[in-house]
Design a protein around this ligand. Sequence first.
Ligand SMILES: Cc1cc2nc3c(=O)[nH]c(=O)nc-3n(C[C@H](O)[C@H](O)[C@H](O)COP(=O)(O)OP(=O)(O)OC[C@H]3O[C@@H](n4cnc5c(N)ncnc54)[C@H](O)[C@@H]3O)c2cc1C
Ligand SMILES: NC(=O)c1ccc[n+]([C@@H]2O[C@H](COP(=O)([O-])OP(=O)(O)OC[C@H]3O[C@@H](n4cnc5c(N)ncnc54)[C@H](O)[C@@H]3O)[C@@H](O)[C@H]2O)c1
Length: 468
Amino acid sequence: MTEQSGRAERAGQAEEVDVVVIGMGPGGEHIAGSLAEAGLRVVGVEAELVGGECPYWGCVPSKMMIRAGNLLAEARRIPGMAGREQVAPDWTPVADRIRAEATDDWDDRVAADRFTGKGGRLVRGRGRLAGPGRVTVDGPDGRSTFTAVRGVVIATGSRPRVPPVPGLADVPFWTNRDAIAAKEPPRSLLVLGGGSIGVELAQVYARFGTDVTVVEAADALVPMEEPEAGELLARVLAAEGLTVRTGARAASVRYEGDAFALALEDGGELTGHRLLVATGRGADLSDLGLDTVGLDPGAASLRTDGLMHAGHALWAAGDVTGHGAFTHVAMYEADIVIRAVLGESGPEADYRALPRVTFTDPEIGAVGLTEHAARERGLTVRTGLAQVPSSARGWIHKAGNEGFVKLVEDAERGVLVGATTAGPMGGEVLYGLAVAVQAEVPVERLRHMIYAYPTFHRGVEDALRALR
Ligand SMILES: Cc1cc2nc3c(=O)[nH]c(=O)nc-3n(C[C@H](O)[C@H](O)[C@H](O)COP(=O)(O)OP(=O)(O)OC[C@H]3O[C@@H](n4cnc5c(N)ncnc54)[C@H](O)[C@@H]3O)c2cc1C
Ligand SMILES: NC(=O)c1ccc[n+]([C@@H]2O[C@H](COP(=O)([O-])OP(=O)(O)OC[C@H]3O[C@@H](n4cnc5c(N)ncnc54)[C@H](O)[C@@H]3O)[C@@H](O)[C@H]2O)c1
């Protein structure tokens, strides 16, 4: 604390700074750090850990778990391909690695020092707006108030959405945080929700010996993606011994002894030693003081324009904007905010080629519109589908080669508006198609280029040939 800020706080006055960033997840940390490096007086406000959900309870530790699960799965593919295998899964190195390498045992000192090393000032506590350009923070040392002369950035992320299933609020269910911090795999696990979190964590735990059941209300797993992706995952997960229940709605939940009982609307009942609720995430705008700047605290997300303005001298980035709960969206929007605050020109936000990767095995890469979404928009759609196992590389790969490439073309313009790449390294195969969607490369051009043999991405050429 500087002498001036100490005096201001003791006197109960507002301290003047250039920018206040509320929420220091991937989006907020990038904005606050970059603006501080640019020489602005920046206060970063964080209620929990600098770095947010991604490094401590999200992307990073979950992908460490997935890497470990994939190693086991690859070893189990050795018979018939490369000899004999004897695999003994052990969660200890996974849990240890998450503590030692990913999260420092959920200690954010390195991230906090990184920010202050750039010249920023970290204020711990819960921030809220108290009028235009004014922020109060309630923290361990009491309340501080700031006036941000350039403006305020809201990057408060999202939190799990818990459905109103009778009994659920009264039982000790897991969210992603418990599933990431677990020191041992449970004997059995019920997973409510078959979206990204549900399927990624379900497959990992099953590979470490947990008896897993996935309960998804929609008719398919990962229902926001192409139906072929959900069908593929259901088939693969079932082959690995998981139980997958789609079109299944939970009617009530009980916790008795050491087990959960999940009653379904169709009359069935499922049991498990742990219950992971992974039914989506959403922003919580209720306690951000949005009413003090004329915005609706009851909205589902913070509406922004193309330069991420949520209001006058007020910007937002990341999950809170509702454009896709992904770290790459938070970072992309953060870059736009940084430019806007610094008065630099640049393109507005463009979500046409928003990439998603579900890191199951097979990975599900997707970009742009699904066939359904494209038809809903009234486009004249042609689709092309190619199966990975029938490609040269897929056939060579053999064990674990399930997957497909699906292309969605706006036939009137002759450009791709969406693509899905499921299979080994599906998320990496996606890249070329993300460029094609973003740059609107004519399908005719894509047809007449050279695809290296025998790569997985050569399936794109087959799918282009199948467009109709
Ligand atoms: C299990 C899991 C796996 C995931 N895997 C991936 C993946 O592989 N790839 C990917 O792209 N995305 C993944 N995500 C999503 C990714 O974690 C989020 O999209 C990303 O963290 C969003 O960043 P953010 O900055 O918007 O918000 P967050 O990371 O949510 O950070 C927001 C921060 O704001 C703080 N905060 C909130 N309110 C206040 C307040 N009033 N005052 C002060 N501080 C406040 C919070 O404490 C938090 O630290 C995953 C998420 C989960 C849960
Ligand atoms: N690989 C990645 O990039 C990655 C990984 C994990 C999470 N994430 C991000 O985090 C967000 C949240 O993940 P998520 O998996 O919780 O949400 P999600 O929106 O991906 O999936 C939630 C699923 O739960 C289902 N559902 C909702 N209510 C239900 C109910 N009562 N009973 C049964 N099923 C129900 C939905 O139909 C949906 O399929 C994702 O949208 C994604 O943006 C990304």
